[in-house]
Design a protein around this ligand. Structure first.
Ligand SMILES: C[S@@+](CC[C@H](N)C(=O)[O-])C[C@H]1O[C@@H](n2cnc3c(N)ncnc32)[C@H](O)[C@@H]1O
Length: 276
């Protein structure tokens, strides 16, 4: 998904030398916007700064590294099954933090079985939790998240929707740093809502990394997810919808909403509060 644009210098430009995590971070993921949203939303509601974060499906743990940078009492747990992105994140984001690095704990574990101290904020970003394709499994995950939160804790996910999300597509986007990011979505199964998505990268020398990342997901609706969160025990689940600039494009500002137009493709946050 061409979710968030981040302009970052990528120094190696061929399929044989580029690192796929560096390319991913250079094109797909900008955790700064997520980070600001988390702090602001929690602080507005709870009138205190959130200090502890669990970043599920953390990949390179970029959000966790950001979390511990601006406040000495913050701590983050970054959970991912795959040792490769964790190792890339450790070397490139956590170790460079110096003394602050000890406040990021990486856990190579399944989000369904990991045990962590209760946290203020728990996140599942870039739609990663859509790997749970059965309602019972999603409910199981949300219940475990509920248990992993402090009483005044907040769980935040992002999601995409609109008719465009249900159509096959191949969307290339040229990055300033000299490579092309391509988001490919295969046809959605009308009965199961299963989709297979891929990220490919293409370079100026004509080389290509085919299927650098593949995601096998169910397309969930916001209404379904809200219901499952409420069934898991959350006291309140709020939708945060993106505002538009004067050209009708998303402006990056997300506000609480109760109704919204089903635009062709949209991205939103769901914020679930353990207690009111
Ligand atoms: C789309 S990436 C997300 C990376 C990062 N959080 C981001 O927002 O860009 C999905 C990550 O989820 C991890 N993952 C998939 N299933 C998992 C599970 N059950 N438990 C923990 N991590 C899992 C994968 O290894 C992969 O690194």
């Amino acid at each position: 998904m061409a979710r968030k644009r981040k302009k970052k210098k990528v120094s190696r430009f061929t399929a044989t030398t580029a690192n796929r995590f560096e390319l991913y971070e250079g094109s797909v993921y900008d955790p700064e916007a997520d980070h600001d949203f988390l702090i602001k939303t929690f602080q507005n509601r709870r009138k205190r700064r959130p200090l502890t974060l669990r970043e599920d499906f953390a990949g390179t743990s970029l959000l966790s590294s950001l979390w511990v940078q601006n406040h000495g009492l913050t701590k983050a747990w970054a959970v991912d099954l795959d040792p490769d992105p964790l190792a890339y994140g450790k070397a490139n984001h956590i170790e460079p933090l110096g003394d602050k690095a000890e406040r990021v704990v990486q856990l190579e574990e399944n989000v369904l079985s990991v045990q962590t101290p209760q946290v203020d904020v728990l996140t599942a970003f870039n739609f990663s939790y859509w790997i749970f394709e059965q309602r019972s499994l999603m409910l199981d995950y949300f219940r475990k998240v509920f248990e992993a939160l402090e009483d005044d804790g907040m769980f935040v996910v992002d999601l995409m929707g609109g008719p465009g999300v249900q159509q096959p597509c191949e969307e290339p986007r040229e990055e300033d740093s000299g490579f092309t990011y391509i988001w490919e979505q295969e046809a959605m199964d009308a009965i199961t809502h299963h989709i297979d998505c891929h990220i490919h990268f293409e370079f100026e020398d004509g080389t290509r990394i085919e299927k650098a990342f593949t995601y096998n997901w169910r397309v969930w609706s916001m209404a379904e997810l809200r219901d499952i969160m409420l069934d898991a025990g959350f006291a309140e689940v709020d939708a945060y919808w993106e505002g538009a600039d004067k050209h009708g494009e998303g402006n990056g500002v997300f506000k609480k909403a109760t109704n919204a137009e089903n635009e062709d493709t949209w991205i939103a946050y769901l914020v679930a509060w353990k207690q009111k």
